[in-house]
Design a protein. Structure first.
Lengths: 250, 234, 666
């Protein structure tokens, strides 16, 4: 198939970027979106043009490294897929495809389509853990029974891959879905209880410091999330934060 | 991990709580206001007297007075808080997308809350100028029944709605309000942490119905007044 | 230098406990003065960095990804083994040890494997305490499933995302230490050179991939937790960035590479669809619990299917060849990976393959749908349900177990596995070989350790399913943090290592020169062009079936390709700033050396064992013929300048506790 690609090119973090147009032909249905970009890059290299830089790694939808805002949607038109799982059969010959980096103040562009998502790491560091040493001398795993329903919902929240599609797609660049997924995972498990209140206060505080926007409950994040993380998690975090704020003695 | 509590001020979540709480409070105000307005369906002298008696009660009864101040405060809070949130949201994405397809993943109303809110605020200002200001500071004809002096708000009201453009503006503004509520009311529950797989669908339906029913009530009264023009027959 | 594996004396089951008790301790005050570098943040790296920091060392952790959470451990699907015996099916530490030794075709070290089995139980306790959401049954207790090559249920899992959940657990432990300032995290940094001072590993040169700058980092010990080298095949289930560079640099500085030819070809991957494919996707081995593998029994049917004239579901039972069940009745579809992969290749080579390329077999769930459906209709008390109803109920059950995998399959292939059998084919997945390490996980360079897939020690010639996660976390949480003490306890008076020494200077110069070299070639072909060609050579000659002539040819071809690479590669852009093509060039350059060593190792090992199958050494039935008399050793290769001229050191494997048997799954 023949396509017209409109791609954001930006030489570096401080450089001014712009959308550039690249016609491409010979794209096959079975190619993944990233393989299509590989294909373009091969052509660019041949022509002496610097290849387009984009983040990617596992190419099976789990590492969360690939991003891209494709034709107005995070990870493109597919549902519950990452860009690496999006296949060119979703497009038709003659299409024009806009490819942009995930945009947010908290996700500055490094080069072309590659952005810096370390703000997510800093939020996790603020409290996305259970304070247990790795000595191995903990109690037997089965001595803490967990209701299956709670374990399943904790798992569902924990499947977040930290790609940032929620932020990219949110008209406010809010990171609520990402933050709430981690808060929820631990909030639903007995192991997470002792630190639950400190955790939610601390993680939300870091989220605010990073310059993400506010949640206006449009629900776009849930729709575009490649792992289908539910808005229930945001509500749970809202609830936990409210109780934590009310009960905090500081 | 460290305890970092900003209490109920300062954090983005707290701002949202205030937004939700003030919004929900204003919904109860809307219900009260609508109940009062429904009296306008009663025409003639009887209707005028009932409406003006209601007006007198609303401007003099101490509890209502207190409630009205709370309402002013809620409007102010909802507006200022909303503006601050909107400003932050705008700042959170300094470079916009070249191509965005927001309709793919979110309803129109949910994306236009600030716009709809501004429209509603504009409407409130005009609306208060027309009635509230007149009632409190302007000239309203008075008359006495059984020794009690009544301000004839009824006449002011029905006369206003004889005007087609005023009625049209009113209808448009209330449609805007309906959209604002259609997202806002159910969203307030989410913000306050109420989301349950079993009950949320019911809440969403009920609040959706509420969002359209209340403005529909206001619009019905307005259209009724415009069509029937009860002021002409007195 | 003679290879001393430093296996502690004493009975097998007591070696680790005794050894752990005897490792000299470093006092807390001294630990604060000691720096440890951890390269890689997968299961082994994250867990090691977190544990070492907890113990009091100053840790610097490096990963080339934008966040430690993205290391490729995240993609492991099936599960993690542990000898908990929660299912009461007779499991024990000894049985896990035995299964792993046997599964590895008796080419791993008894003492290491036993230690692994011992600490496996702690891993589960640790992970649950960290909030890893393992699957649970309705009683709220942990659930297990069974995996290939074993007859007990000892695999703990979190749907098809076990690796993700375990890595996020380790990442959270790491985050806790980063937040405390105990670990300094360097993301988007790639180790490009190991620095040796006085014969000991004392630091690394890391490239900041964002700025392109080289940074000097010193430490008292360096831990390489950099994963496997499967990407030497270009197409593999590894992540695009997975590379051998860190391990190879250590090799060039004196760390031996052990058993590099032991690569695992995983039987259940989505078949290759075209020339532009960049990677292969694994479908969890757990699918073999319930799916049945088959090809048409008649060649004409296979041809008709390939031509699109015949539909697989139309084929009658008697026209299907469930070849694993036929050849290996005892284990059936659950034979170990190497056996399953070779059997698939054998059928396809014979002309029974089913997709366009003739390189695919079916993995069919039709029987499972009916079996589960009948159970479910029984539970629901349905009387006389129709076949369609039973199938629908069964599909629901299968969806609950493997839903995400089915969905993933459909996304990639655009074929619905609930309606048509899946097509699968073997693909490169894991490398059992790696840096040679002693019992303390130290390589042949003092102070340089290798953990997880990067070392060679625990899986012999073939790794059993759900054992990689076990090993990564065992090494990182429970082994290396203690065993580094033996080396570091001699360093308490060393003080901070200066990065101004000539050793650091030289190492940095090497990196700079190399980078400039790639940029200055200015040839005509892209890096990927060479990588793909290397992959083809490796897959054809050093893949699932190898022979002498092919391996010799491969060595020649790789040498020629390497020569061409250095003369004709085109790397655009500059050495400054972000330049992924340049980074890729460095990685491919190292693969071009490693591939040659792998061929050499395969050539020298005149037997068939585990993932290493030499056509010359097989039984009449086509099964692998191991040669215990002559090859019960680890081949540890010392770098001499040309990979295929590396010097061989043999570490003889001594089996005191298990009897060497022909591995039979019949």
């Amino acid at each position: 198939m023949d396509l017209t690609l409109k791609i954001w090119r930006q030489a570096g973090p401080e450089a001014k970027g712009e959308m550039k147009t690249y016609p491409i032909s010979g794209v096959e249905d079975d190619m993944s979106f990233l393989e299509m970009l590989d294909f373009l890059n091969e052509e660019l290299i041949e022509n002496g043009v610097e290849p387009v830089v984009f983040d990617h790694d596992c190419r099976e939808g789990i590492c969360g490294m690939c991003s891209l805002f494709i034709n107005g949607e995070a990870h493109g038109p597919g549902r519950k897929v990452t860009t690496c799982q999006l296949h060119m059969r979703e497009f038709s010959s003659g299409d024009t495809i806009y490819i942009e980096p995930f945009r947010a103040k908290a996700f500055p562009v490094i080069k072309d389509l590659m952005v810096d998502r370390t703000s997510f790491d800093r939020i996790q560091r603020a409290g996305g853990y259970i304070s247990v040493n790795t000595s191995g001398n903990t109690i037997d795993a089965n001595s803490i029974p967990v209701r299956k329903n709670d374990a399943d919902r904790a798992f569902d929240a924990a499947t977040c891959i930290g790609c940032g599609a929620c932020v990219a797609t949110c008209k406010n660049s809010s990171a609520m879905l990402f933050v709430s997924a981690k808060v929820s995972q631990f909030s639903l498990l007995p192991q997470g209880q002792p630190e639950a209140r400190d955790r939610v206060l601390s993680m939300v505080n870091q989220m605010d410091l990073e310059g993400f926007g506010n949640c206006t409950n449009t629900g776009a994040c849930e729709v575009e999330c490649p792992k289908g993380i539910s808005l229930e998690n945001i509500a749970r975090m809202n609830r936990d934060y409210l109780f934590a704020s009310l009960s905090s003695n500081k | 991990m460290a305890t970092i509590s900003k209490g109920l001020f300062g954090s983005s979540l707290a701002r949202k709580y205030w937004m939700a709480a003030s919004g929900l409070f204003l919904c109860t105000f809307l219900v009260g206001h609508l109940l009062g307005n429904l009296q306008l369906f009663v025409t003639g002298e009887e209707g005028r007297q009932a409406f003006n008696a209601y007006g007198l009660f609303m401007t003099t009864f101490p509890l209502v007075k207190i409630l009205s101040y709370v309402t002013y405060l809620a409007v102010l809070l909802h507006t200022v808080d909303g503006l601050m949130l909107a400003r932050q949201n705008r700042a959170a994405r300094p470079i916009k997308y070249a191509y965005e397809k927001q309709s793919a993943n979110a309803s129109w109303a949910s994306r236009k809350m600030a716009l709809l809110g501004t429209l509603t605020l504009f409407f409130i200002v005009i609306h208060m100028r027309s009635f509230w200001y007149e009632m409190h500071f302007g000239y309203v004809p008075t008359y006495k029944v059984d020794g009690v002096e009544y301000k004839d708000l009824w006449t002011i009201t029905v006369t206003a709605f004889e005007n087609w453009w005023y009625t049209a503006f009113y209808v448009v503004a209330l449609l805007g309000l309906a959209f604002h509520l259609s997202h806002g009311v159910q969203s307030a529950f989410q913000t306050l942490g109420v989301n349950h797989p079993r009950y949320t669908p019911i809440i969403k339906k009920a609040m959706g119905a509420f969002a359209w029913a209340v403005p529909a009530g206001f619009i019905a009264v307005a259209v009724f007044l415009f069509v029937v023009q009860p002021g002409q027959s007195i | 230098m003679a290879l001393d594996s430093k296996i502690p004396a004493g009975p097998l089951a007591e070696k680790w406990t005794t050894h752990k008790g005897e490792i000299p301790l470093v006092s807390p005050a001294n630990k604060r003065l000691m720096d440890v570098i951890v390269v890689g943040t997968g299961l082994a790296g994250s867990s090691a960095a977190a544990s070492l920091a907890e113990m009091g060392y100053n840790v610097k952790a490096f990963c080339f990804q934008d966040s430690p959470r993205r290391a490729h451990s995240i993609a492991a699907q099936g599960g993690i083994n542990a000898a908990k015996n929660y299912q009461n099916d007779g499991d024990s530490v000894h049985r896990l040890f035995y299964d792993t030794i046997k599964g590895g075709d008796y080419r791993s070290r008894e003492a290491n494997v036993h230690r692994l089995a011992e600490v496996s139980k702690n891993i589960i306790d640790q992970c649950v305490a960290q909030g890893v959401p393992f699957a649970r049954d309705y009683g709220g207790l942990l659930d297990n499933r069974s995996f290939g090559g074993v007859q007990v249920s000892r695999t703990f899992y979190a749907k098809g995302q076990t690796g993700q959940q375990l890595l996020l657990g380790a990442y959270s432990a790491l985050n806790r230490q980063i937040a405390k300032g105990r670990v300094k995290m360097y993301a988007r940094h790639e180790m490009q050179e190991l620095v040796k001072v006085d014969g000991k590993a004392r630091g690394i040169i890391a490239k900041n991939l964002v700025t392109g700058e080289f940074e000097r980092h010193s430490a008292h010990a360096v831990l390489l937790c950099t994963g496997g080298y499967g990407n030497v095949f270009f197409l593999s289930t590894n992540a695009m960035g997975s590379n051998v560079t860190a391990a190879w640099k250590a090799h060039r500085k004196g760390a031996h590479v052990a058993n590099p030819c032991f690569t695992q070809i995983h039987p259940t991957c989505i078949p290759v669809s075209g020339e532009n494919q960049s990677k292969l996707t694994l479908m969890s081995e757990s699918l073999r619990n319930d799916g049945r593998i088959w090809v048409p029994a008649k060649k004409e049917d296979a041809l008709a299917i390939r031509a699109g004239k015949l539909h697989p579901t139309d084929l009658k039972e008697e026209d299907r060849d469930y070849y694993l069940e036929r050849r290996y009745p005892a284990f059936g579809n659950l034979v170990p990976r190497d056996v399953a992969s070779r059997a698939a290749k054998e059928r396809c080579d014979e002309g029974y393959g089913v997709n366009k390329t003739g390189e695919a077999v079916y993995l069919d769930f039709a029987a499972a749908f009916m079996r589960f459906g009948r159970e479910e209709s029984h539970v629901k008390g349905l009387t006389n349900p129709s076949d369609a109803e039973i199938k629908a109920l069964g599909e629901k059950v299968v969806e609950g177990k493997y839903g995400n995998l089915f969905q993933m399959y459909e996304k990639i292939t655009a074929s619905n596995p609930y309606k048509e059998p899946m097509m699968i084919y073997p693909a490169v997945h894991y490398t059992m070989g790696g840096l040679w390490v002693d019992y303390n996980l130290m390589t042949s360079i003092p102070g340089c350790f290798a953990l997880g897939e990067a070392n060679f020690s625990d899986h012999g010639a073939n790794r059993l399913g759900a054992s990689a996660l076990m090993q990564g976390l065992a090494d990182g949480y429970f082994v290396a943090p203690y065993t580094v003490g033996e080396f570091l306890s001699n360093d308490i008076r060393t003080g901070t290592i200066s990065t101004d020494s000539k050793e650091f200077e030289e190492a940095e110069m090497i990196c700079r020169d190399r980078t400039d070299k790639f940029i200055n070639v200015n040839g005509t072909k892209s890096v990927d062009f060479f990588h793909k060609r290397l992959g083809k050579i490796m897959w054809n000659e050093v893949g699932m079936a190898r022979n002498k002539e092919g391996l010799e040819q491969a060595i020649e071809d790789i040498q020629a390709l390497r020569e061409e690479f250095y003369n004709n590669v085109r790397v655009l852009g500059s050495a400054k700033g972000m330049n992924p093509e340049l980074d890729k060039a460095g990685r491919v350059a190292d693969f071009l050396e490693l591939g040659e060593l792998m061929a050499k190792d395969a050539l020298e090992r005149n037997e068939s064992c585990g993932g290493h199958f030499r056509m010359e050494y097989r039984s009449e039935e086509g099964e692998a013929l191991r040669d215990d008399k002559n090859f019960t050793f680890v081949s540890a290769w010392e770098y001499t300048g040309v990979p295929s001229e590396a010097k061989l050191h043999k570490e003889n494997l001594v089996f005191d506790n298990v009897e060497l048997k022909t591995r039979s799954y019949k």
